[in-house]
Design a protein around this ligand. Structure first.
Ligand code: ADP
Ligand code: MG
Length: 326
């Protein structure tokens, strides 16, 4: 790009205060030079956010910067990894310095909290804002939380209160009204998801499978079921619904939003029964709640049941970019 590309890089991207000792060379050369810890798996993930697909172009840039990193840290959390580095590819329609400053403010505030250093990237001009962030972390071999380890009899758990971000989206599209008391909370749940890093690390050796919930709890649990070749019985009356969700929607819609709303960035995981006491003890020190919502079955498929044993029918499991059933 033009010379201003380089001043933008210096002024904004190279301005992070945090410097990790495992970064031998960060932003400014053709490549970064990094020192991964010996004997650990390097865990790598990447997510793209497209303006007006994944975020409102006019949204608070700090929130966008936060979320671009948070969704990637959430992927690392779902694997039980500890985050370390990030790279950022940014396509912008114009060099809006106020936007960039606030975007980096949100990005670095979260990065600093999780000891993540931005070590490189690319900055280009294009017709719409596209943010691609790659995050890197570490996990000891054999301890990563994968999707393929769920076994019949395992309990199914979810962190936090799924459905809040889905409620925020429903409200943005005129499909729900949130009372004043809950508006800031619900907005933060959509715009500032908190990656469950400590929880993911605590689940090493405890969880048999894990995924982070980005496209809807039912759909993302479905990925665990498929990869593990098992089924599940979800007791939907056990779903942890936030007061904001139950105050804003009728019970049935609240359940559907918790199951299929998407954008939660909570962890859904499974754990063998014999580890449930240890798991529940560990979860008492977490920043979020942890709720058992069902069990893995040998019979394939996802069954949703009410407390009285009757079936609950869900038309739409979650968000799919290509089916249009979002
Ligand atoms: P090259 O043309 O050799 O790929 P660039 O001019 O694109 O290098 O980038 C110069 C330096 O700035 C590199 O170290 C690159 O990693 C970094 N950089 C560029 N854009 C970003 C960005 N959006 N975020 C972080 N680092 C960036
Ligand atoms: Mg370049």
């Amino acid at each position: 790009m033009s010379t201003s590309e380089f001043s933008l890089i210096d002024r904004y991207f190279a301005a992070q205060k945090l410097h990790r000792s495992d970064v031998a060379l960060g932003i400014g050369d053709d490549c970064a030079l990094l020192l991964p810890p010996a004997g650990q798996h390097l865990v790598v993930t990447l997510d793209t956010l497209v303006a007006d697909v994944h975020f409102f172009a006019a949204a608070d840039p700090e929130g966008i910067g936060h979320k671009a990193l948070a969704v990637n840290l959430s992927d690392l959390a779902s694997m039980g990894a500890i985050p370390a580095w990030a790279t950022l590819a940014l396509t912008l329609p114009k060099a809006d310095e106020d936007w960039l400053e606030r975007f980096c403010g949100g990005l670095f505030a979260l990065a600093d909290r999780y000891n993540v250093q931005l070590v490189g990237g690319d900055t280009t001009h294009g017709p719409t804002t596209v943010i691609t962030l790659q995050a890197h972390g570490f996990v000891p071999p054999g301890l990563a939380l994968r999707r393929d380890g769920a076994r019949p009899g395992d309990g199914i758990y979810v962190t936090g209160t799924p459905g809040d971000a889905g409620l925020a989206l429903a409200a943005a599209f005129g499909g729900a009204t949130i009372i004043a008391e809950f508006q800031a909370y619900v907005r933060a749940r959509l715009e500032r998801p908190e990656p469950r890093i400590a929880e993911g690390v605590a689940l090493r050796g405890l969880a048999s499978a894990a995924i982070d919930v980005s496209d809807g709890l039912a759909q993302d649990l479905g990925h665990i079921l498929e990869r593990s070749a098992v089924g599940a019985r979800l007791e939907i009356d056990r779903l942890p619904l936030s007061p904001a969700l139950t105050a804003s929607l009728d019970w049935d819609s609240a359940l559907r939003t918790a199951l299929a709303g998407g954008d939660d960035y909570e962890l859904c995981f499974t754990a063998p029964l014999e580890r449930s006491a240890q798991l529940e003890a560990a979860a008492t020190s977490w920043d979020c709640r942890c709720t058992r919502i069902g069990a893995i079955t040998a019979e394939p498929g996802l069954r949703l049941v009410r407390a009285d044993g009757s079936a609950f029918h869900l038309e739409r499991l979650g968000y799919d970019h290509f089916s249009g059933s979002g």
